[in-house]
Design a protein around this ligand. Structure first.
Ligand SMILES: CC(C)(COP(=O)(O)OP(=O)(O)OC[C@H]1O[C@@H](n2cnc3c(N)ncnc32)[C@H](O)[C@@H]1OP(=O)(O)O)[C@@H](O)C(=O)NCCC(=O)NCCS
Length: 234
């Protein structure tokens, strides 16, 4: 019987697998993009903020889903060098240029899957190395108010069974109990290829926020959503 539990260091590879198994086509169709993805959207949260990272366990110790994040992106950005010098530098080569941001997509001369452009893995590596590019640029209207952020993914056999709602509640509770300054609550970015999940987030208390520009998470056609988290009454 599956159950929820806190993240443990031994979940590192299983979490990478969950991230890679639930990617949208623009990322899953490129082997290097697939390999890099957990270093942009998973490992920094579990490494730097394990207290706000929650695992769906299959009942035999294997992680099959997660809701992972941090309660305060500003404090998280200050701690980010520890992630860069730890698992990131160990596993992903440091980009030569961390001053000039590469475009997120580039023209695809191979026309893979009929697409004219593909994700630029050099930009992915830059983004993994930069908390500013990952979280803040283009998101100032969000981070000024909602300082927590998160990602949720579950392997296909565990989807649609109510675990997503439970994981979100677990995450929200942990943010509320964290003692961190989470502002008005949590914001998220949803990529343009995955906007079908907006309905899920609406069911679990999020609402769409209009954004002035694009960001690394969603791209220009992505959607941002927020959920308010009241101050805990102690
Ligand atoms: C999106 C995801 C996290 C949702 O978790 P889940 O466990 O499947 O969702 P739940 O079963 O807890 O559903 C919670 C509620 O949302 C609703 N819901 C879920 N998906 C929905 C959808 N696509 N459209 C409409 N409603 C949806 C459910 O009906 C349920 O409603 P209710 O409890 O009010 O009756 C999960 O399906 C998943 O991991 N998908 C693949 C990865 C992904 O897309 N992650 C999000 C990246 S932004």
């Amino acid at each position: 019987m599956a159950f929820l539990r806190p993240y443990e260091e031994s979940d590192f590879e299983a979490c990478a697998h969950i991230c890679r198994a639930t990617l949208p086509p623009s990322l899953s169709s490129t082997p290097i993009a697939t390999k890099l993805s957990p270093y942009l959207w998973t490992h920094q949260y579990t490494y730097l903020s394990p207290a706000t990272c929650h695992i769906l366990d299959d009942g035999a110790g294997q992680a099959v889903g997660y809701c992972i994040g941090c309660p305060d992106v500003f404090a998280f950005a200050e701690a980010y060098p520890r992630y860069v010098e730890g698992p990131l530098a160990r596993d992903v080569a440091r980009p030569a240029d961390l001053e000039h941001r590469e475009p997120w997509t580039i023209l695809d001369d191979g026309m893979v899957d009929g697409r004219l452009s593909k994700v630029n893995v050099a930009a992915m590596a830059q983004t993994a190395y930069s908390a500013r590019w990952l979280l803040f640029d283009g998101n100032e209207h969000l981070t000024a108010r909602w300082r927590a952020t998160m990602h949720i993914d579950m392997l296909e056999p565990y989807q649609g069974k109510g675990w997503g709602r439970k994981l979100i509640e677990r995450f929200v509770d942990s943010v509320q109990q964290s003692g961190a300054d989470y502002g008005e609550g949590v914001w998220i970015g949803i990529g343009g290829e995955n906007t079908k999940v907006v309905k899920f987030y609406e069911r679990v208390g999020f609402r769409v926020v209009e954004k002035p520009g694009g960001n690394a998470d969603g791209g220009a056609d992505g959607v941002n959503m927020v959920r308010d988290i009241p101050r805990s009454v102690t």
